[in-house]
Structures are given as C-alpha cells and as structure tokens.
Design a protein around this ligand. Structure first.
Ligand code: ATP
Ligand code: MG
Length: 239
C-alpha cells in the first residue's frame, strides 16, 4: 500500500507544488513508484511543473464520474519511469467529494509506494478534500511572517486529522537574512509551529527557469528522510 502524503500550506505561492513535484521526482529516482496527485482543482499545475501537460487524456474527475478507470488517469513521466501524475486539469464546477477521490487513490494505492498529494492553499473545501485522502502531511511555509501565521493555523487544523506524521518544509530560506537576524531560522520556525523540521530549502534562482531539479541535494535529502521515517520511528520505539 502506498503512503499518502498531502503537501499543504496556509498561504498560497509558498512552494507546495514545487515541493510535491521535486519530492516525487527524487523518490522516483530512488526507485520508488510514485504518483503526484494534483488536488488543487482551482489552480492545478502539477502537469505543467512536471512538463507533461500535453500527455494526459483523463483527469481525476473522469475517474470519479466513471468515464475511465483510475489507472487510465495516470500519466507516466517520460524521463522518470516510476513517476506518474494524476492531474485535475479538466475539473469542472461540479462538486467532487473527498470520499470519491479517496476511493480512486485507494484503488491505485496497492501498486505504488507513495502518493504525493498537492493541495490548494488555505483551509477551504479543497484543503479538506486533499487532507482527507492522506495519512501523512508536509506543511510548507516560507520564513515570511504572513506565511508563518497561516501555517500556524493549518498546523492546528492538521492535528484534528490525526495523521501518522506531520513534518515541516521551510522553503526559500536565505542564509544572509538568517545570519543578520532579519528572519527566523528554519529550526526556530519549526519550534514556533511545533512541527518537526523535514527540510530547509534555500532560495534558488534555478527554480525560476525549471521547477524540477533532479540534482538538488536538498530534495534528495528530503526524499531520503521521508523514505526512512517509518524505520527511524521503529528504531526509536525499540530503543
Ligand atoms: N526554493 C525556491 N527558490 C526560488 N523560487 C521558488 C522556490 N520554491 C518555489 N519557487 C517559486 O515560487 C513560485 C510558487 O511556487 P509553487 O507554485 O510551488 O507554490 P504553491 O504553494 O504551489 O502555489 P499555489 O498556492 O498557487 O498552489 C514558483 O514560481 C516557483 O518556481
Ligand atoms: Mg500549487
């Protein structure tokens, strides 16, 4: 069964889709079978970020409404053969329930190791739909005060979901600002939000041109950590 991880944030534009896609690419490079599922129905762009927007025939609502089988919604990435995308780029105005999406993901789950769920910003229906499908969460924030305040609200709400694990990714960090004491360090942010720090992702101009970096050391480390989490927890329990 796949581990289902929702990538969420309070504020928009902090890097959820970038984190979802890069984490998925790096897990796939480590031989894992991964789906990136775009549940940001309003502003979906996982297919664009992965550069496969021209390849999909069906999306999640086609499976929900019975026009295709769940497996047919998946687009295999041409460069990473164990990476698949499940887009939501044809979603209409019609309401799609969390249960309906969960059924689709559950039916795909046995053939995969990870389902990474990209969620919309905020705490509206779309966020709850994405959270209801997952067993774990990664909360993304930048060091900006407004993003942190929104992340704090979401961290509170995530508690009510009783996820197996919740971790924090602090994106767009800048050493110069941290050194000058102008922003909190990722460690300090994790302490304030009371969420364990999974990754500190530096501001990187390369993301301006290309949203996925298969060579990123930061994302490689995040993928390694995510993969090992259950084993680390087991070890801790035994000790
Ligand atoms: N570490 C980084 N350094 C520089 N730019 C970044 C970094 N991470 C993300 N970005 C840029 O920030 C912008 C927003 O990222 P992204 O689309 O991943 O955010 P999001 O949280 O998914 O947004 P939305 O809430 O609209 O879904 C993109 O242009 C992306 O390239
Ligand atoms: Mg996004």
């Amino acid at each position: 069964m796949a581990r289902k991880i929702v990538v969420t944030s309070g504020k928009g534009g902090v890097g959820k889709t970038t984190v979802s896609c890069n984490l998925a690419v790096h897990l796939a490079q480590r031989g894992k079978r991964v789906i990136v599922c775009d549940l940001d129905f309003g502003l979906n762009n996982v297919d664009v970020v992965l550069g496969i927007e021209h390849l999909g025939l069906y999306d999640v609502t086609d499976a929900v409404e019975g026009r295709c089988r769940p497996r047919q919604t998946l687009v295999r990435h041409p460069r990473f053969p164990t990476l698949f995308a499940l887009s939501s780029n044809r979603v209409s105005e019609r309401y799609v329930s969390p249960q309906a999406v969960r059924l689709i993901l559950d039916s795909l789950s046995p053939q995969f190791d990870f389902i990474i769920i990209d969620s919309p910003a905020g705490i509206e229906d779309g966020f709850h739909r994405a959270a209801a499908c997952a067993g774990e969460a990664i909360l993304v924030t930048t060091p900006h005060l407004s993003a942190m305040r929104d992340a704090d609200r979401v961290a509170g709400i995530l508690k009510s979901y009783r996820f197996d694990r919740v971790g924090l990714a602090v994106n767009r960090t800048r050493k110069d600002l941290i050194r000058r004491g102008e922003v909190l360090s990722p460690e300090e942010i994790a302490k304030v939000l009371a969420v364990p720090l999974y990754a500190s992702i530096p501001e990187d101009d390369k993301f301006y041109l290309d949203n996925v970096n298969p060579k990123s050391r930061t994302y490689r480390a995040l993928a390694e950590l995510v993969e090992e989490l259950p084993f680390r927890e087991n070890k801790r329990k035994k000790a």
